[in-house]
Design a protein around this ligand. Structure first.
Ligand SMILES: [Zn+2]
Length: 467
């Protein structure tokens, strides 16, 4: 079945620069015609994309592996082929994506989705004030049903913005709430890494949640979450041992706020033996020159959360120095402290912060570098680059279709820069996760967003009325 784009001829000639009519004049809000329900196992051929960003230099031009006027074939949940004039396998759904871009789904490597419950809250506080007045005071009040409502809202928001893989650092919570948390992530249909912190005396819950709730889900995986500090080094040692025993990464906030220095976090992580490629450090804003060299030498991974760091007045991460040290880095939204799931805004902030500080328009991250951080770089940082992050044949089919023919994006000048500088979540018209269409023609598939919002509002009202 072919879904014809009624504007195909117009758009092609316009994008080639032949038309006098502005794209905005013919722009639509929806993407390719909303698709009919998929048949299980059906292949999809995305035909005639104006630009494919494969993120694989072996497939296309430059570091981003660019291909113009190309097709992408998704089959059995994987990227099967990328190239020009691909033949549609028998029974495949063919979708006309002429005039559009195809790229890998975004990878958000640091989030706390439950914090959609405190969006916009404590907006005049730094990390310490925000933790005290908004974060830690709210979490215990959320019941399991509320947890489902908040996580579902935020997970769907991430998905509609083009996030297809998301790492959630989940605070210690009762098993019943974890159960609903995982359910909400799974129901949303994105690929997720559930990084679990455990309460004192409830450390076994990590293994239980992994084995009972996560292992049966094909899109789920686990990490062990901690907040490293010398003051609780025995518990840090136990968490690292648990991560090693279960074959998982350790995920810790490190040197986010200036006062974190007092906790001797890096020394503690080194002392227990966790300081290596199985460690993901979030923020890493206040690293010394020596610590940057150590992070590079030990192949420790880093999540950069520029919007959160700006909002909480935390500081500016030494990204150019970490880049020079060869550190694998990705981007993270960091839950309620950035108040958005907009990966375009996140990329733009990562670029803008360093340019403003260094007064250098060529400082890292460059625009291509930040696009890589938001996709393949993030996947590398969490050890999933063999599965996601690029449109390399064989990888899982996590794919975005992006429409540049909108008021905020057109006209064509420098397309790859425009993705970072002009892109917005509504430009993401279609999202595939594991080959399944989750957003189609600008709308989430099978989701009643009004109901999702209403459930979150009801849960928020219960929080306000709680003692
Ligand atoms: Zn965080």
């Amino acid at each position: 079945m072919t879904f014809q784009n009624p504007l195909r001829l117009n758009r092609r000639s316009l994008l080639a620069g032949a038309g006098g009519l502005s794209l905005a004049a013919v722009s639509r809000t929806a993407g390719p015609a909303a698709a009919a329900p998929e048949r299980p196992g059906q292949a999809t051929l995305l035909r005639g994309a104006a630009l494919v960003l494969t993120m694989d230099p072996r497939i296309g031009e430059g570091d981003l592996g660019l291909l113009k006027d190309a097709d992408v074939l998704l089959q059995h949940g994987r990227i099967a082929k990328v190239g020009r004039k691909l033949e549609a396998p028998r029974g495949a759904r063919v979708r006309d994506v002429s005039g559009r871009f195809v790229l890998p789904g975004f990878v958000d490597i640091h989030n706390h989705l439950w914090q959609s419950s405190i969006r916009g809250g404590c907006s005049d506080q730094d990390l310490v004030g925000w933790l005290k007045s908004c974060n830690l005071s709210t979490l215990p009040k959320i019941d399991p049903a509320g947890m489902y409502a908040f996580v579902r809202l935020a997970a769907l928001d991430a998905l509609q913005a083009g996030v297809t893989t998301l790492v959630d650092w989940v605070h210690a919570m009762p098993y019943a709430s974890s159960e609903r948390y995982v359910q909400a992530l799974d129901d949303a249909g994105l690929r997720f890494v559930y990084a679990m912190a455990s309460a004192k005396g409830a450390e076994d819950q990590v293994r239980t949640v992994k084995e009972r709730l996560l292992d049966p889900l094909p899109l789920a995986s686990a990490q062990v979450a901690v907040h490293a500090r010398r003051g609780s080094i025995d518990s840090l040692r136990a968490s690292w041992k648990q991560a090693e025993d279960l074959g998982l990464m350790l995920n810790s906030h490190v040197l986010e706020h200036r006062t974190d220095r007092d906790e001797e976090q890096i020394a503690a992580l080194r002392e227990v033996g966790a300081f290596g490629p199985a460690l993901l450090m979030n923020h890493a804003v206040h690293l010394s020159r020596e610590e940057i060299a150590l992070v590079g030498d030990h192949d420790v991974r880093v999540a950069h959360c520029p919007l959160s760091n700006m909002r909480l007045a935390s500081g500016v991460m030494p990204l150019p120095q970490l880049h020079k040290a060869g550190v694998k880095m990705g981007l993270g939204h960091d839950g309620g402290t950035n108040d958005t799931s907009d990966m375009f805004a996140l990329m733009k902030a990562a670029v803008g912060l360093q340019r403003a500080v260094h007064e250098d328009p060529q400082i890292q991250p460059t625009l291509p570098a930040v696009l890589r951080m938001g996709t393949l770089g993030g996947a590398e940082a969490i050890g999933m680059a063999d599965q996601v992050g690029s449109l390399t044949p064989g990888k899982r089919a996590d794919v975005l279709v992006l429409d540049p023919g909108t008021l905020n994006f057109a006209p064509r000048f420098d397309w790859t820069s425009q993705i970072v500088l002009n892109g917005q979540p509504p430009n993401v018209t279609d999202v595939y996760v594991d080959g399944r269409l989750r957003k189609s023609g600008g709308a989430l598939v099978g989701v009643d967003t009004e109901k999702v919002v209403l459930a979150a509002e009801r849960a928020a009202a219960r929080l306000t009325s709680a003692p």
